[in-house]
Design a protein around this ligand. Structure first.
Ligand SMILES: *Cc1c(COP(=O)(O)O)cnc(C)c1O
Length: 443
C-alpha cells in the first residue's frame, strides 16, 4: 500500500488560526531556533541539546509547518535528522572541505558560478526557510546580515549580458523563493531582458519547508517568465504532505515543469524501499525525480555520508522495477570543482566489433547485434553540424570523439616524456589541436 498523503500540525500549534498557519510570513516569523523553542515540540536528545547550545553552529531555523512533520517520540525520525543539529556536526572527517565543489574558484563575479559551458548557477540570497544540516553551501548560507546584494546582482547581470553562450540560468542560494516578492520579480524581469537566456530554473526547498508560500499569486507571477523550470528538494516520503501536494499542483497548473533533487543521507533515506516509496510518491504529485546526489564532503555532514555503492544499489533497485519517470540520475558532484558525474550500475557486460552483451534489471543476459553496415548522417550537409555552438576549452571526451582532437594530456606531459630532448611529433600533429588540462592549452 502506498503511504497516504496527510496534513500534520504539532499539538502546540493546535490553537493557531488557519489564516495565520497558512500565511508564509507567519511561518517565517515563528521559526524555531533554540533548544528552548524546539523542546516545546520534541524531546531533545543529549546530543541535540549540546549542539543547539553551541554558539558558532551552522544556523538553525525550522518552520512550525516543517517541524510538525516530525514524530516527536522518535529520535531517529528522518525529517528530524535533516533539520535538528546533533553533536556529530562537530566531528571532522578525512577529505572534509569548506567549499568542496570549488564554486568560489568558478565564480567570474561574486555569487555567479560558471562551471559548465552553457549554463550558470546564480546564488541570489543566503537565506532559506529552514536550514538543512548537510548544506553544501554552509560556508555562505544562513548569514542573517545578507539577504540580497544589489551590487553583486548588477555585476551578475552585466556578466550574463556579455556572455552569450549562457542559455540557462539556475537561481539558487540560499533559496530564491524566500526573497521579497518584488525583488524576485525584478530579478526575473532583468534576466528575461537578456535575449540569449533561453530558460530560467529555480532550485527551491520552500515548497517543502513552507508550502504556503506557493500561493496562486506567486504562481501567476512565475508563469510570466516562461520557460521557467523548478526543482524541489524532498528526501523522504514523510515530507510529502497534503500541503506539498497542493503547492506542486498549483505550480504544475501554472505550466512549471517540476523536478526533485534528493541527497542520499545515512539514516534518512539510504534504503531502496524508502527511495522507491519516495520516487513513486513524487510521480503521484507530478514531480519528476531528477537527481539523487551523493553527500558532498562538506564540514558538519560527515555523519550523513554513505558509500557511493549505496547509491548504485538504490538505482539498481529502481531501474526496471518501477516507472522510468520515477528513476533519478545518481550524481557524485566531484570534489575540487569537477562537476556533476553520473554514476550507475553496469548494464553493458561486454562488446565485440559486431555484438554487445547486456543484462537487464532482473539479471537476464542477452546480446544485441550491431549493424554490419552503418551509414552515418553526413556532417558536411548537416545544418546542425555546420552551426554547432563552440564550447571553448571544455569539449573534453566529446571533442576527442568528434575528431577535432586526438588526445588530452596533463599540463607537463610533454616535458616529462621528452627525456632525450628529441621532439617526437606525429606527422600531422599541427592538424590536431591538443587540449590541455588546467590552463586549457599545451605546447
Ligand atoms: C548543478 C549545477 C548546474 C546545473 O547542472 P544540470 O546538470 O544542468 O542540472 C549548473 N551550474 C553549476 C555550478 C551547478 O553546480
Amino acid at each position: 500500500m502506498p503511504t497516504p498523503i496527510v496534513s500534520k500540525r504539532a499539538p502546540i500549534y493546535a490553537d493557531v488560526p488557519n489564516e495565520k498557519w497558512n500565511d508564509w510570513r507567519w511561518q517565517l516569523s515563528h521559526r524555531l531556533n533554540t533548544a528552548e523553542d524546539i523542546e516545546k515540540v520534541l524531546t531533545l536528545t543529549e546530543s541535540e541539546r549540546k549542539a543547539l547550545q553551541k554558539p558558532d553552529l551552522f544556523r538553525v531555523d525550522v518552520t512550525p509547518y516543517y517541524i510538525s512533520l516530525i514524530d516527536p517520540n522518535d529520535p531517529n525520525d528522518p525529517v528530524r535528522k535533516q533539520i535538528i543539529p546533533t553533536s556529530e556536526e562537530m566531528n571532522a572527517f578525512t577529505a572534509m572541505m569548506e567549499d568542496s565543489l570549488a564554486e568560489d574558484r568558478h565564480s567570474p563575479v561574486p555569487g555567479l558560478v560558471h562551471r559548465y559551458p552553457d549554463r550558470v548557477l546564480m546564488l541570489v540570497t543566503t537565506q532559506c526557510a529552514s536550514y538543512c544540516r548537510y548544506c553544501t553551501r554552509s560556508r555562505i548560507v544562513g548569514d542573517p546580515g545578507q539577504t540580497f546584494n544589489r551590487q553583486d546582482f548588477e555585476m551578475q547581470i552585466e556578466y550574463l549580458k556579455r556572455t552569450p553562450q549562457v542559455r540557462d540560468v539556475l537561481l539558487s542560494g540560499g533559496d530564491p523563493l524566500v526573497l521579497a516578492p518584488k525583488i524576485l520579480e525584478e530579478l526575473l524581469t532583468r534576466l528575461r531582458e537578456i535575449p540569449h537566456i533561453e530558460i530560467i530554473r529555480i532550485g527551491s526547498r520552500v515548497p517543502v519547508f513552507m508550502p504556503m508560500r506557493i500561493t496562486q499569486e506567486l504562481c501567476d507571477m512565475l508563469a510570466r517568465f516562461h520557460p521557467l523550470w523548478l526543482n524541489i528538494h524532498v528526501n523522504h516520503p514523510n515530507e510529502i504532505s497534503t500541503e506539498v501536494a497542493e503547492a506542486c499542483d498549483r505550480m504544475s497548473r501554472a505550466g512549471i515543469p517540476l523536478g526533485n533533487q534528493s541527497v542520499l543521507l545515512a539514516g534518512v533515506n539510504d534504503c531502496v524501499h524508502i527511495q522507491r516509496e519516495l520516487v513513486q510518491k513524487l510521480t503521484r504529485i507530478r514531480v519528476r525525480p531528477y537527481y539523487l546526489y551523493q553527500c558532498d564532503l562538506v564540514e558538519g555532514a560527515g555523519h550523513f555520508r554513505t558509500p557511493v555503492a549505496k547509491g548504485i544499489e538504490i538505482i539498481e533497485g529502481l531501474r526496471g522495477h518501477t516507472s522510468g519517470y520515477a528513476v533519478p540520475q545518481f550524481i557524485v558532484d566531484a570534489p575540487g570543482g569537477g562537476g556533476k558525474i553520473p554514476v550507475m550500475p553496469n548494464y553493458l557486460l561486454s562488446m565485440s566489433d559486431h555484438k554487445i552483451i547486456v543484462r537487464n534489471y532482473e539479471g537476464y543476459i542477452t546480446t544485441y547485434e550491431e549493424p554490419t553496415e552503418y551509414k552515418s548522417h553526413d556532417p558536411k550537409t548537416c545544418l546542425f553540424c555546420q552551426n554547432k555552438r563552440p564550447e571553448p576549452g571544455q569539449t573534453g571526451l566529446t571533442g576527442l570523439l568528434d575528431g577535432d582532437q586526438m588526445f588530452i594530456k596533463p599540463q607537463d606531459f610533454d616535458e616529462l616524456h621528452n627525456r632525450n630532448g628529441i621532439q617526437h611529433r606525429l606527422k600531422d600533429e599541427k592538424k590536431w589541436k591538443p587540449l590541455g588540462i588546467g590552463s586549457g592549452e599545451t605546447d
